[in-house]
Design a protein around this ligand. Sequence first.
Ligand code: FE2
Length: 254
Amino acid sequence: MKLLMIGDVVGQPGCDYLRSALPALKRELEVDLTIVNGENSAVGNGILPKSAECLFDSGADVITTGNHVFKRREIFNYFEDRLALIRPANFSAECPGTGFYLFETVRYSVCVINLLGQSFMEPVGCPFAAADRILSEVRADIYIVDFHAEATGEKGALGWYLDGRGSAVFGTHTHVQTADERILPNGTAFISDIGMTGPRDSILGVRPECVIERMRLHVPTRFENAKGPCVLQGVLAEIDETTGKARNIERISR
Ligand code: FE2
């Protein structure tokens, strides 16, 4: 089966571009399952029911999130309506939503897991332990992990820790696509970060002037999305559904 994973969709420009580009891309690549990271899809950061609907309408089968998932309270109840929207599994069990989603077809089942890193991030439960727990509790043919984390070392550690148990471990959050995609020795497709979907001439999707002002003058500035052309970034992975091993992983940037 072919799996498409799309990097952090940023604001209205990212949502609009995804809507215009994803349907044709899925047809072209003959994708079976599409996972989109949507934690920055709302205007002003976080995720709202409206931006989540846009991602689902554009062709996302599962939406993963990260550290900004609970920034907007409007999303809290939405988790009950849309189980395919997930949040990091290593948040408290009392938080809204769940940390994995089971995508089932007649031929195979895919457990999509969302985890959050601990390095240079807000305190959160152990992602390694959360992965172990879900892998032991949820039966599926294929396990896919979106590891939303800052540090490449931590992302690599989780990739190698899950090698042979997960079919793919892909990083999100930095919005910068890395060139380290590979199949690990026991068959797990891995990449540190799959990139972002949003304005190309930007700093992580934000207008450069806003970021430069905050860095230079240490004053709070409003982060606005940049204007201009957008990019859609992610990876395409091919998984053998009988063994759960990855056959191929390839970067996408359009
Ligand atoms: Fe993030």
